[in-house]
Each structure stands twice: as C-alpha cells, then as structure tokens.
Design a protein around this ligand. Structure first.
Ligand code: 13P
Length: 250
C-alpha cells in the first residue's frame, strides 16, 4: 500500500510575519520529491502571509487548531471558512500542548475533528502518551482511548480525509525520539485500531505521522518504517535547511 508521505512543520508559537514569509519562501522555492506532500502550520497571525507565499507552489497550508463552526461567538478561535479563505486545507487538532496546557478534552477534540471534516478541512488528529503512562505500561490503552474518543461519530468515505499524528509527549522538544522500532510498533497498533473503527481499506489509506524530536539525523530511519507515513516536526521545522533536509529524507 503506497501512501503519499506528509512532512508537516508545526511552527507552534514562533515567527513574526516577516520571519514566516521568509521561512515559507525558502521551503516553497525547493520543490519536494514527487509523491511527497509538505505542509506548513504557522501561528494564526502568519496564516495569511504564508498562504500568499506558498500559493503557486506545492506546499500546503494548515492551522494549529480549528473550530467546528463557520463563524460566531467563539473568542480566540478560527473557523474552517477562515482557514480556507487564506488557502489552508489541513488543521492540527488535539496536540498534546492543547491537551496539557489548555485542558482540551477528548470530546472537544472530537468536535473539532468532526467540524473540520464537515467543512472540507483534513484533520491531523494528534495522540500520544506521557512518560509516566509509558513507564506504567499503559501506552496502548491511552492511545486507544484518545483515538477512539477523537473519532467518535466520524464516518469517512476515504482514508485520505484523515491524518493521525503519533507524538509521544516525552519525545516532544526533549531531543529524545522513540526508537524506530517503538514508533513502528505503535503505528502498526494505530492502523489496526483504524481498521477496527473503519475498514481495512480505509485504514490502509490513512496517513500516520510520527512527531517528537524529528530531525535531519533521524528522519531517514523513521521514514523507512512501513507504517510511518510522515513526520510532524516542531523545532527542526523552524530552520529552512533542517526542514528541507527532512523533506528530502532518503
Ligand atoms: P519537536 O519536533 O520540537 O519535538 O516538536 C514536535 C511537535 O510537537 C510537533 O507537533
């Protein structure tokens, strides 16, 4: 089963608009190898400028979160219509920082996933266990709970409409990466769950990204794994040379 790999940069709360324009231009000016997609997810203030910058390239634009309504009294949120207005097509949802720092719950995250799909935005649903959970041996239980809860009442006609990101919380921004064997084991487990929630043919189409200290030195080995279909990159996506190296993994 060949899935188009997706290399996504989550810029988190970084970049002024001029920094964002410069970084996006550096990425967009270097076409990715065929059968690879590249996504930039800048902060909200830079969505429009990055959208403009990548408009005539193959680089895709995404947001770091998304509301389930098109407009209304939702202070601090942006809607699928607003994202589409600036050229966006995907949204990161349920990132561990949203869950841990901003208390986003599985049911809120599920609402966001449903809303994104309803309005034609591809959700990138993030799941991941903490170090305590891994050490307690509950990794798979935690991941299964997050995945099933995030996908409640979320029918799919094509696996291309959904992306899952596995980001072990202990590997985010720490320089610690899950070993490729650990990551592949989890990705295979997630694909099995997706086959149970949907059907095998849909599960085989869904891209499962790995995230957590992905960098130029470890990307090749991660991307060589059967069920790792891409990367969700934080720190190493903030410099053009390192993100370009990641996009051009071997
Ligand atoms: P780092 O690549 O900085 O570890 O961040 C990963 C991440 O959280 C991407 O969403």
């Amino acid at each position: 089963m060949s899935r188009t790999s997706l290399l996504a940069g989550n810029w988190k709360m970084h970049t002024t608009t001029s920094e964002a324009r410069q970084l996006a231009a550096a990425i967009a000016n270097q076409p990715a190898p065929s059968n690879r997609e590249v996504l930039l997810a800048p902060p909200m203030t830079a969505l429009a400028v990055v959208g403009e910058t990548v408009k005539n390239s193959n680089v895709l634009l995404g947001s770091q979160n998304i509301c389930w309504e098109e407009q209304g009294a939702f202070t601090g949120e942006i809607s699928p219509a607003m994202l589409k207005d600036v050229g966006g097509s995907m949204a990161i949802i349920g990132h561990s920082e949203r869950r841990a720092i901003f208390a986003e719950t599985d049911s809120l995250i599920n609402q966001r996933v449903q809303g994104a799909l309803k309005y034609g935005i591809i959700p990138i649903l993030c799941i991941g266990e903490t170090l305590e959970e891994r050490e307690a041996g509950t990794t798979m239980t935690i991941l299964e709970g997050q995945l099933r809860a995030g996908l409640v009442d979320t029918p799919l006609t094509s696996g291309a409409d959904l992306v899952i990101a596995y980001e072990p919380v202990w590997a985010i921004g720490t320089g610690k990466t899950a070993s490729t064997a650990q990551a592949q084991e989890v990705h295979l487990f997630i694909r099995g769950l997706l086959a149970d929630i949907y059907q095998k043919d849909i599960a085989d189409q869904i891209r499962i990204l790995y995230g957590g200290s992905v960098n130029p030195a470890n990307v090749d080995e991660l991307m060589a794994q059967e069920d790792i279909d891409g990367a969700l990159v934080g720190g190493a996506a903030l410099k053009a040379d390192s993100f370009l190296r990641i996009i051009n993994y071997q």
